[in-house]
Write a protein that binds this ligand. Structure first.
Ligand SMILES: [Zn+2]
Length: 310
């Protein structure tokens, strides 16, 4: 089935689309936690220093910032390099998602609608998780708008099960738990169980943390861990299914430990919330090349009792 669209064109379009989503991400990250501003009012972006509305050409992702050499056209105050960096990050992630989902298997873009839906689901994951990580990093909060509301999209998408088991050897690591149900119901139930198991486990760890670190918990207002992380873990379970949820959580814990230790050694008294690490783990589980999935399969084989193999 020949499709005449060259992959380079599709990847370029994905990157450009990603840079605009990244630009919108910057708006969401700034405005969502600040209740005084809604997402589309004021409609145009403004300079955070002098509040002057930006011209359309200064609003072009990445290039606008580069053309202005990182300074506001009006007040000449520096504009944070974080804006173009976030735009570049989302552009890169979008290109990787589209490459993984639609073009990596050959010179032509796939015409399989499963692949398109999977790609759409993964693009939505990137679009939700990047602002979630940045808001948690800035303000240590995880808004419901980015953790609970997206379930309305991701739970139905789990019916389309291909992304839940992408790259995994099904015979060994079947993420579908309810094999008697029709496949779509099976996908939804498996995603919900993965979400509930992940969130429940983290909630229990948090409760144990409150008992073990009573002093610290008191200093932090009674909880060592916010409920935001629990909501995020539920979303991760629904996005990933259970084998990849384990992988994402493992990567998050390792990254958190390494970076936490590095910060302590550098004697920086900087507290980084867990959310950005969970997001990094989720994106890694979604996007790492399939070769690395062998490690996950080995791990699952290790922890799965023989006899329950599907
Ligand atoms: Zn300005």
């Amino acid at each position: 089935m020949a499709r005449a669209i060259p992959p380079a064109f599709i990847l370029g379009m994905a990157a450009i689309m990603g840079s605009f989503v990244g630009s919108f991400t910057n708006v969401v990250v700034y405005r969502l936690p600040r209740n005084c501003l809604s997402i589309n009012n004021p409609k145009r972006s403004f300079c955070p220093s002098c509040k002057t509305q930006l011209a359309a050409k200064d609003n072009i992702p990445i290039l606008g910032w580069v053309a202005l050499l990182g300074k506001c056209r009006y007040c000449k105050k520096p504009i944070s390099a974080r804006y173009p960096l976030v735009e570049s990050l989302v552009a890169t992630l979008f290109a990787i998602v589209v490459w993984r989902g639609m073009v990596q298997d050959g010179p032509e873009v796939t015409a399989d609608w499963h692949a398109w839906l999977t790609t759409l689901t993964m693009l939505a994951s990137v679009g939700i998780l990047v602002p979630l990580a940045l808001i948690d990093f800035d303000l240590t909060i995880i808004p419901d708008e980015l953790s609970i509301y997206p379930l309305a999209f991701f739970v139905p998408m789990a019916a389309q099960v291909t992304h839940l088991r992408q790259d995994l050897d099904i015979s060994m690591a079947n993420p579908l738990l309810f094999s008697r149900l029709p496949e779509w119901a099976n996908g939804v139930c498996s995603a919900l169980v993965a979400g509930a198991a992940g969130a429940g486990t983290l909630w229990l760890i948090g409760k144990m943390g409150n008992v073990l670190f009573r002093e610290k918990a008191k200093a932090m207002g009674g909880e060592t861990m916010g409920f935001g992380d629990v909501k995020l873990l539920f979303l991760m379970g629904v996005m990933l299914g259970w084998p990849k949820l384990l992988m994402a959580f493992g990567i998050a814990v390792i990254l958190g430990a390494v970076i936490g230790l590095a910060l302590r050694l550098a004697a920086k008294n900087l507290y980084v919330p867990f959310g950005p690490f969970l997001v990094a783990g989720t994106l890694a589980a979604l996007l790492l090349p399939s070769e690395l999935m062998g490690v996950v399969e080995w791990y699952i084989r290790l922890i799965t009792p023989s006899g329950v193999k599907p």
